[in-house]
Design a protein around this ligand. Structure first.
Ligand SMILES: [Zn+2]
Length: 428
């Protein structure tokens, strides 16, 4: 079966063009356009669009964003994306067309994604993201032109077809919808419009888009479109088909795609930005830190030469030390975390210490993250459909060592006690 493709298109060229004053203006605008314009709390300063001075001692481990990268893994996430902590109001609009009339009730289509998506974010964020879905229009919104006429092929941001679709959508919905009351928009398309997701995944997100059409004085800058159904016939759609939406919304919060043109082989099922079909999965600890769901004091920074031991608790469980980072220069590093079969991680078949390489200078869809496989060419431990099998047994077990000779990095998993793993990092 074809691998899912959820390319994102974001336009953040402005962050390399604008000076600090303009950036502040953009931030103020972003604040005004949110329903509850609470700025991120400073103790969670790693996340969101606000660049805080580094008072954490984590300096070299806060791998910085790189100019010229459309959507970077680096910290902090630039302005223009939706705030990822606190209460977030999502506007859901269900649309259909004269050549693809809505199948069943629009609210039934919405129920394919909620409350599961809100629950997913609540679990992944340890309760820090309160995702509130709204559907002020309970019926299908009929677009004025047939689907075929929009000629949607997921091109550049707000390409003519998408621009026309969004402008038409605003016109059709405006009397009933105050667009300025929401933080993000989900356009949920009747599943019979366009190709089957088995053939072509059309679902896409335009995030941080400064060329988006405006409505009620705000740009529709963070908008996800969901098409078709990610139904492979295995009978799991009811349980896991919603996961395309948390993936697309991940872009709205500033996360890049981790799959590449070769598929999910770089990160496997260890992050929903890598694979969003099949069994439920969580986000990497790096993404949780980037989103402000982990505090700075839950991060350990292995920047200095020598040997240090860390005790890490499972990522899926709230509280405790979650991640050790081994920085390699200014735009890369290793992240080390514990993954277990809990929370959103339904597909974990071999719990242990996951080690992965993060590069802030590699763009979305080009492989910004690579998981290190403790057992290369093993075939993996999962038989779960739509889960990249090879990396499913990637975590390192007690007694196992990861070595990067070139960079003089060695990570030994010393032991495990009631879910807490002791990890010894040696840097030469
Ligand atoms: Zn995507």
């Amino acid at each position: 079966m074809q691998q899912p493709r959820h390319r994102i298109r974001s336009r953040n060229g402005r962050r390399s063009r604008l000076g600090p004053l303009a950036a502040l203006a953009a931030l103020a605008l972003a604040g005004l356009t949110t329903a509850s314009a609470t700025l991120p709390v400073s103790t969670r300063a790693s996340a969101g669009p606000v660049a805080a001075p580094d008072t954490t001692g984590l300096g070299p481990c806060r791998i910085a964003s790189v100019l010229g990268v459309q959507m970077s893994e680096g910290l902090p996430t630039p302005a223009g994306y939706t705030r990822s902590t606190g209460e977030v109001s999502a506007l859901n609009l269900m649309i259909d067309f004269s050549d693809a009339e809505g199948e069943g009730a629009a609210l039934d289509r919405l129920a394919e994604f909620f409350p599961q998506t809100s629950e997913w974010f609540r679990t992944s964020s340890y309760g820090r993201l309160a995702y509130r879905p709204h559907a002020p229009v309970g019926d299908w919104l009929r677009m004025p032109k047939p689907f075929a006429e929009y000629g949607l092929d997921r091109g550049s941001p707000y390409e003519p077809g998408y621009r026309a679709l969004v402008e038409d959508l605003v016109e059709v919905a405006d009397a009933e919808v105050d667009f300025s009351a929401y933080d993000l928009v989900n356009v949920i398309v009747t599943p019979n419009a366009g190709p089957s997701a088995l053939d072509t995944v059309l679902s896409v997100t335009f995030s941080g888009n400064d060329e988006a059409p405006h409505a009620d004085g705000v740009p529709l800058a963070n908008t996800s479109f969901v098409y078709s159904r990610q139904d492979d016939g295995s009978g799991s759609y009811e349980e896991t088909g919603y996961r395309v939406l948390p993936h697309e919304n991940g872009h709205v919060f500033g996360l890049p795609d981790l799959y590449t043109a070769q598929g999910g082989g770089a990160v496997g099922h260890w992050d929903i930005m890598s694979e969003d079909w099949g069994a439920n999965n969580d986000l990497l600890g790096w993404h949780k830190w980037k989103l402000g769901w982990l505090d700075n004091d839950q991060i350990r920074c292995a920047a200095a030469p020598g040997t240090t031991e860390y005790a890490l608790t499972p990522l899926a469980v709230s509280g405790g030390s979650k991640m050790a980072i081994v920085p390699l220069g200014e735009d890369a590093g290793y992240a080390i975390e514990v993954r277990t079969r809990e929370g959103n991680d339904d597909a974990v078949c071999e719990p242990g210490v996951l080690i992965y390489h993060v590069r802030s200078n590699v763009d979305t869809g080009q492989g910004p993250v690579t998981v290190e496989d403790s057992q290369p060419d093993s075939g993996g431990c999962t038989r779960s459909p739509n889960v990249h099998a090879e990396l499913s047994d990637a975590p390192f077990r007690p007694g196992e060592t990861f070595t990067d000779k070139k960079n003089g990095v060695r990570v030994l998993v010393v032991g495990e006690d009631e879910g807490t793993y002791r990890v010894r990092v040696t840097r030469s």
